[in-house]
Design a protein around this ligand. Structure first.
Ligand code: Z5A
Length: 202
């Protein structure tokens, strides 16, 4: 099973993934915990480039999109597909929906560009995607408590509002794959809701 986790920053994806990882391990399942952008040494280098703040040269929106997909191609080939073929559960912190929400809804890139990349480079979509949804300010304030902000975290509330509406659009269009979780609840309740959905799918 391939499960991805989506949402605006600080909504609790990492927290939920860790709990599910422990749960699957306790069930005796082979489980892989990974993330995007990143997940392999080379893709993690691309992640550093994407998240670092460079005051001398602004990254273009197209470059941002292409780097996300360069990292994804590497990650799919090296980690996700081999793990699924070996019968493991893959828990992935962000996947293609983030590209739609951030690069299309957020930055304003065309859906055609994204579609072209998905059609050519994404050979496997998640079986379930959890969209952890909460008011953007809530996630932003949680994330800000951690200190230094990366290139995305420095964006304004209005950017994250657009990103959130991007996730809402996917949720409307693909209700079978994408499940919404109310991320304003306690971590325990979010975990319980996610587990219910997984058991239902199984
Ligand atoms: N990006 C993109 O643009 N296009 C793409 O295609 C992809 C990614 C794949 C890096 O992602 C950036 O890449 C991301 C989008 C872009 N930028 N942004 N924003 P990331 O996933 O590494 O970054 P992130 O979204 O900022 O992750 P995060 O801040 O670590 O958030 P999180 O994992 O959702 O939250 P968390 O770490 O689990 O929780 C944050 C804090 O809240 C922490 O102190 C928790 O203890 C606390 N928490 C968690 N859950 C709860 C609940 N339920 N109640 C109370 N407190 C909670």
């Amino acid at each position: 099973m391939f499960i991805s986790f989506e949402g605006t920053e600080g909504v609790g994806k990492t927290t939920l993934i860790r709990s599910l990882y422990e749960y699957f391990q306790q069930q005796g399942q082979d489980v892989v915990l990974t993330r995007e952008p990143g997940g392999t040494p080379m893709a993690e280098q691309i992640r550093s480039l994407l998240l670092s703040v460079n005051h001398d040269e602004q990254m273009s929106n197209d470059t941002e999109l292409l780097l996300m997909y360069a990292a994804r191609a590497q990650h799919l080939e090296q980690v996700i597909l081999p793990a699924l073929q070996a019968g493991k559960v893959v828990l992935c912190d962000r996947f293609t929906d983030s590209s739609f929400a951030y690069q299309c809804a957020g930055r304003g890139l065309s859906r055609e560009k994204l579609q072209l990349l998905n059609d050519n480079f994404v050979v496997k979509m998640p079986d379930i995607t959890f969209w952890l949804d909460a008011p953007t300010e809530l996630g932003m304030s949680r994330a800000r408590e951690r200190g230094a902000l990366d290139r995305f975290e420095q964006e304004k509330v209005s950017f994250f509002e657009k990103v959130r509406s991007g996730f809402a659009e996917i949720y409307q269009n693909e209700p079978l794959r994408m499940k919404r979780l109310d991320a304003t609840q306690t971590p325990e309740q979010v975990f319980k809701d996610a587990l219910e959905q997984i058991q239902h799918k199984l």
